[in-house]
Design a protein around this ligand. Structure first.
Ligand SMILES: [Zn+2]
Length: 328
């Protein structure tokens, strides 16, 4: 792990430390000594982002997905330009940019960020410096442009240089056009963070949903950035209402999914939420809840990512006990 962190630029390492802190703060602020668990999440994620091969997937005519270098990246092509959704981790942006040009043969002119996390905005400096217009929900700009203060661990970080910031922002809905495709950008309120964007691409019938859904891993719920389990479920319900069996769903991480995959994910979230609610109602502590293994039946399918079952349980527990249940 040391090796991986040493390779990173200080800004990335500190942002990762911030996200680690967010996870730890949100999940376990009432329990001392949980840092090791949180570190494991980010270490595992970082190693994966640094070492996975970059894969290009064709989603349709003029639509591509790039995966491996952080969050999934989507490219939509028109006659003279490419619009990107998310920008991966900063350490692999040159490789990503080369792969995008090889697939699209057009320069990137616009970039939409689905949320502020480093594995979705790491390429913003690279693309922003090249004059690419960056677009995001308004909270993303706030979080990227200001120092993020995480009092629990006394960490202050999170400021991106001006060229990496969104210059076009929206609050709840915005429409863009790219060649024959219409892009509907929607924020359903806090879910994974407080600045999530879902992008519906039509007529291609593609939905790019960011980290509201990982296929198929337990998600991070970034409580310190305003995320909550109830917000996650709400956003997934909204996405299910707007998609059909033909829709290609680009998750925040993992391969392209179907609506059925998203339904299964929603059922998992609902059942885990209910079991943890029952444990809370029975007066269990967060550690007792983890010991009760409320995710057990789902772990074989969803527990092999960088969010292990105990960390997911803690995030859901914290969300339901420290403001997440009504905070959407
Ligand atoms: Zn994220």
């Amino acid at each position: 792990m040391k090796r991986v962190l040493q390779k990173l630029k200080p800004s990335t390492a500190s942002i990762q430390a911030l996200i680690l802190a967010l996870v730890v703060t949100g999940a376990a602020s009432q329990v001392a000594g949980q840092v090791g668990t949180g570190q494991t999440v980010i270490q595992k994620a970082t190693e994966q982002f640094e070492n996975s091969p970059l894969k290009t997937t064709v989603l349709g005519q003029g639509l591509f997905m790039f995966s491996g270098d952080g969050g999934d990246v989507t490219a939509i092509v028109d006659s003279g330009s490419t619009l990107l959704i998310d920008s991966g981790v900063d350490t692999r942006v040159t490789e990503l940019s080369d792969a995008i040009f090889k697939a699209t043969m057009r320069p990137v002119t616009r970039l939409v960020n689905t949320h502020w996390h480093f594995d979705h905005t790491g390429g913003n400096v690279f693309f922003g410096s090249a004059g690419v217009t960056i677009i995001a929900q308004e909270t993303v700009k706030k979080r990227l442009s200001s120092v993020q203060n995480v009092p629990f661990v006394g960490l202050r970080d999170g400021r991106y240089p001006p060229e990496a910031l969104p210059t076009i922002i929206y609050s709840s809905i915005m429409t863009l056009h790219q060649g024959p495709q219409q892009l509907l950008l929607v924020n359903y309120g806090p879910a994974h963070t407080d600045g999530d964007t879902v992008v519906y691409v039509s007529p291609a019938n593609v939905a790019v949903v960011g980290d509201i859904f990982s296929n198929h891993f337990y998600p991070i719920i970034d409580l310190a950035s305003g995320g909550s389990i109830d917000g996650m479920i709400h956003s997934v319900d909204e996405i299910l209402a707007r998609t059909d069996v033909q829709t290609k769903i680009v998750p925040g991480h993992g391969p392209v999914a179907t609506r059925a995959d998203l339904e299964e994910y929603r059922d998992m979230l609902m059942q885990v939420r209910q079991r943890i609610m029952d444990l809370i109602a029975a007066g269990k502590t967060i550690e007792e809840a983890v010991a009760a293994a409320p995710t057990k039946q789902f772990d074989a399918k969803w527990g092999s990512g960088y969010v292990p079952p105990n960390v997911f349980t803690k995030m859901v527990f914290s969300s339901l006990t420290y403001g997440g249940s009504t905070g959407r």
